[in-house]
Design a protein around this ligand. Structure first.
Ligand code: GLU
Length: 459
């Protein structure tokens, strides 16, 4: 059977890097196995869900390069959850709970004071008919709680963590439908995963303790649970949950830093051991090598330096065309820019370096940097630039550097001032490439401008 997997974000904030990893692993798994990848927006917390976040998350997923066959929204499926909740009620697997938030808080306070773990004590499970009617008449609207078996344990074999077992007595009856008629996460998740034919639930480790609750719900509803695989938390280098303090926390942060989607995917895939090796891998290789079995249960440390290293490597691999595509959102570029991007890619660590370097090719005379100006003011620089202008005017671009060499100018003595004059910088793309790509007129204009600066400085 071909796998069907899903990514189920709650639209309560921007897409976190850890969640992007979850989405990516599900997607890579589906691609690898010829399966289906679905998106499900878990917006059952109307107070915290915001439309803007949903759009932002979809946009970040698209940017990363993921695609999905359908999107569903839990807020549009409320009738479905109610139907199954009522079924559990009718079959005696769930009951109405009339406890108020104040009563629940008081219960918790007492339990903690007595050194007991806080959990619902089941008081409404045992309500008699008369009692229930009295509570209804007093205007209380009930929530529905699932009757968790009080004995035994719920065990499963996690694809990443291996066998996990939880004592049912420690779970406590939990709410499946709130008094306002909205389902809770665990319940909506089970109903949807079943109805959507999900075969593998791959999600963050933070949901590990929800899994026994969900398995109990599957059994009560008479359904077979899917396979579960939990992904270890992403931590910063200091061992704390990945946050802004570590330099980046959301996919948006990384986009703004000029990271390429494929570099991020490459990094996240290697990070959890889902793809073996320590290499620069493109999409086909990431898909081809993805393995759920390979995923490590050790927590992963998100290392921005390693990601930047991979990013540089992917920039070098990219064609001018691909770079143009990746930069489109960042800046407007003239036709023919691809060759310039190719020439500059060895000097870029992130996409943000291109807007800084492109003036070398796009401006008539690029702005002169401080460092370059001091190179031009060094002794001998003026002579080099004058000779360069003379040879260019006399003999043209073809064989230009060779003719200068024949005049005894070579190495640093030639290239340092020439680079400064032609690019306005002291480092950057290979000078021969720059000369190749620029027309003679522009080369001359730059040498002229440099001479003016040198002479102006002396006058
Ligand atoms: N909405 C949940 C979350 O964002 C999904 C958990 C799951 O995949 O079951 O964490």
């Amino acid at each position: 059977m071909k796998p069907r997997v899903r990514f189920a974000p709650s639209p309560t904030g921007p897409l976190h890097v850890g969640n992007a990893r979850t989405a990516l692993y599900n997607w890579l798994f589906a691609q690898r196995e010829g399966g289906t990848f679905l998106l499900r927006i878990e917006d059952t917390d109307p107070e915290r869900s915001l439309q803007g976040y949903e759009e932002g998350i979809l946009e970040d997923l698209r940017w990363l390069g993921l695609s999905w066959s359908e999107v569903s929204r839990q807020s549009e499926r409320l009738q479905i959850y109610r139907r199954y909740a009522e079924r559990l009620l009718d079959e005696g697997r769930a009951y109405r709970c009339y406890c108020t938030p104040e009563e629940l808080a008081e219960m918790k306070r007492l339990q903690l004071a007595e050194g007991r773990p806080p959990r619902y004590d089941g008081r409404c499970r045992r309500l008699g008919e008369a009692e229930r009617r009295r509570l209804e008449a007093s205007g209380r609207s009930p929530s529905l709680r699932f009757s968790v078996p009080q004995e035994g344990e719920t065990a499963f074999k996690d694809l990443v963590f291996g066998r996990k077992a939880f004592r049912n007595a420690e779970i406590g009856d939990f709410i499946i439908l709130r008094s306002d008629g909205w389902p809770t996460y665990n319940f909506a998740c089970v109903v949807d995963d079943h109805l959507m034919g999900i075969t593998h639930v791959i999600r963050g480790e933070d949901h590990l303790s929800n899994t026994p609750r969900q398995i109990l719900l599957y059994r009560a509803l008479g359904w077979d649970p899917p396979q579960f695989g939990h992904l270890p938390l992403l931590l910063g280098p200091d061992g704390k949950i990945l946050s802004k303090r570590h330099g980046a926390e959301s996919v948006g942060d990384l986009r703004q830093m000029g990271i390429l989607p494929v570099a991020l995917a490459n990094y996240l895939a290697l990070l959890g051991g889902a793809v073996k090796g320590d290499e620069v891998l493109g999409w086909p290789e990431l898909i081809g090598r993805f393995s759920l079995e390979g995923i490590s249960s050790k927590q992963s440390i998100f290392d921005l330096k390693k990601l930047l290293w991979l990013n540089r490597a992917h920039l070098r691999r990219a064609s001018g065309e691909e770079l143009k595509g990746a930069l489109q959102a960042l800046l407007t570029m003239p036709p023919g820019v691809e060759a310039y991007l190719e020439a500059l890619k060895d000097n870029a660590s992130t996409l943000l370096d291109f807007p800084k370097l492109l003036p070398i090719f796009l401006e008539e005379v690029p702005p002169m940097g401080e460092d370059a100006l001091s190179v031009l003011k060094e002794e001998g620089a003026q002579g080099v630039i004058e000779a360069a202008l003379e040879e260019l005017t006399g003999g043209g671009k073809e064989g230009w550097i060779e003719r200068l060499t024949e005049r005894g100018l070579k190495g640093r003595q030639l290239f340092r001032p020439l680079r400064a004059a032609l690019t306005g910088r002291t480092e950057g793309p290979e000078l021969r490439r720059v000369i190749e790509l620029l027309g003679e007129e522009r080369l001359k204009a730059r040498l002229d401008a440099a001479l003016k600066l040198i002479r102006g400085g002396q006058g």
